[in-house]
Design a protein around this ligand. Structure first.
Ligand code: CMX
Length: 442
């Protein structure tokens, strides 16, 4: 398959680069770790290397070196479509180069071969209690698909280490192929009549999700899916979901196990679940005013929220120090497709006043909107109003990045991850200047 061929072609040079770093510069110190970092979520500690994506504080996300506007401009799109095919994005993430139209189509065609969800997975979802969170169903569905893992089967048969990446890529293609259908099965069962709609072979991967949930606004919603699934596909390697997948996969658990684990992290309110909170807050603001609030009214509302100790969802970021370009891309989409939507107009009003107010606090490091400040507004406009489902959409997209990380981690022979933990007493002894007794094997 095209992804296998291209990775095989570029892999020797990548292995040389990494081997050079590890052999010639093995003792080069990358960063120090402070006591406060250890106790505060290892924030800022540079513990991962990934070439799939990088988040620059001032430019935002780069996917394989390309900014979001560049990716949107350069990736191939189907005739009549404004936004690129996810197949082209996957080619870029996996192979480090921009695909031609034909190459993007080849990935889309490969996905089509594996897009249908086996009946036993549908049955499993349909027998769960109705109140099961869609992220639980999504994670379970991914795990259940893993019975067919090619990596796990070949590993038992004595696969050579240098070839681990090949069945990892096979699994990745088969898993990602099924994600839109899996999400649609969950959506239709949780919120509709439970119909199972087969993927439409005439549509691309992203557009198919819109088709399988029978979105009445199909063409525009297909376009939103193309944009949304592209924007959420990756965000470096050390956020909770990416790091979880990396850790689990480093034990040679296959990509189904690793992706399911990642989704369990994404399901947390401090990670992927934040987007539903943003829409909830936006609706609270919306319902507090009879019409679009003036700038002054909005400013007073925001100040009162801050005064009562609440955070404003959708604003701020741990790494970014500017407006998230993923926010901007969706903002531009809304400007074109739904300029009269009242929630979108509220998003614009908040964007006008909130950065200034957050700056007034003197403590918020990034007073600008992140991607979640607008995600829900667009889904809501197109009738996907079930907030708890939004994280599943995020997950469908994010597994594109997660599986690309996994293929490259195996291709570059990354070993099992095993950092060292200490005790409080050891730290106390160290800060008191006592001799260090911890032996660390390098
Ligand atoms: N509203 C109010 N206060 C905020 C704020 C916001 N949107 N963003 C940051 N602050 C506050 C923090 O709570 C912190 O206050 P204390 O010192 O009193 O604890 C202070 O400003 C400094 O925080 P920071 O260093 O600027 O931000 P962090 O890196 O600690 O946190 C984040 C980042 C995203 C958790 C935070 O900005 C936040 O809670 N935002 C709102 C929730 C949100 O939008 N989450 C989605 C994140 C999307 C993503 O991660 O991709």
């Amino acid at each position: 398959m095209i992804l296998h061929d291209r990775i095989a072609e570029i892999l020797p040079a990548w292995r040389d680069r990494v081997n050079h770093l590890v052999t010639e510069h093995r003792d080069f110190k990358v960063c120090d770790v402070t006591v406060s970092q250890i106790y505060q979520g290892i924030r800022g500690v540079q513990i991962q290397v990934t070439d799939i994506s990088y988040v620059d504080p001032y430019e935002g996300l780069r996917l394989r070196g390309y900014t979001i506007p560049e990716v949107l401009e350069k990736l191939p799109r189907l005739p009549g479509c404004e936004f690129p095919m996810a197949g082209g994005l996957y080619y870029l993430l996996m192979t480090d180069s921009l695909p031609s139209y034909e190459e993007a189509l080849e990935v889309e065609d490969e996905w089509k071969k594996y897009a249908v969800i086996p009946q036993y997975v549908i049955d499993m979802i349909h027998t769960m209690p109705r109140n099961t969170h869609p992220m639980t169903l999504f994670s379970q569905g991914i795990m259940a698909l893993g019975v067919d893992s090619i990596f796990s089967r070949q590993y038992l048969n004595g696969l050579a280490k240098s070839d681990y990446w090949i069945p990892t890529l096979d699994d990745s293609i088969r898993l990602t192929a099924k994600l839109p259908a899996l999400a649609a099965v969950i959506y239709n069962w949780k919120y509709r009549d439970g119909s199972v709609i087969a993927p439409n072979p005439d549509l691309d991967w992203s557009g198919n999700f819109a088709y399988m949930i029978e979105n009445p606004n199909n063409h525009e919603y297909e376009e939103l899916c193309r944009l949304f699934f592209l924007l959420h596909s990756d965000h470096e390697g050390a956020n909770v979901s990416a790091h979880t997948a990396h850790l689990v996969n480093s034990a040679l658990s296959d990509v189904y196990l690793a992706s399911s684990a990642a989704m369990n992290g994404l399901a947390g309110p401090l990670h992927g679940l934040a987007n539903q909170e943003c829409l909830r807050w936006l609706l609270k603001v919306y319902n507090s005013f009879e019409s679009l609030p003036s700038k002054e009214e909005m400013a007073d509302f925001a100040r009162a929220e801050l005064k009562s100790g609440r955070v404003i969802p959708g604003y701020g970021h741990a790494v970014l120090r500017t407006t998230d370009p993923r926010f901007t891309a969706q903002y531009e989409f809304a400007k074109k497709y739904l300029p009269d939507d009242e929630l979108y107009q509220l998003v614009c009003r908040i964007y006008e006043v909130l950065p200034g107010i957050l700056k007034e606090t003197g403590k918020v490091k990034n007073p600008y909107p992140n991607v979640d400040a607008i995600n829900g507004t667009l889904q809501y406009h197109y009738g996907v109003r079930e907030f708890d489902f939004y994280t599943v959409l995020f997950g469908v997209s994010r597994i594109l990045g997660i599986t690309a990380h996994a293929v490259w981690a195996r291709a570059l022979n990354k070993p099992i991850e095993r950092p060292k933990s200490l005790t409080t007493a050891i730290l106390e002894e160290r800060v008191a200047g006592k001799p260090d007794t911890v032996e660390v094997e390098m």
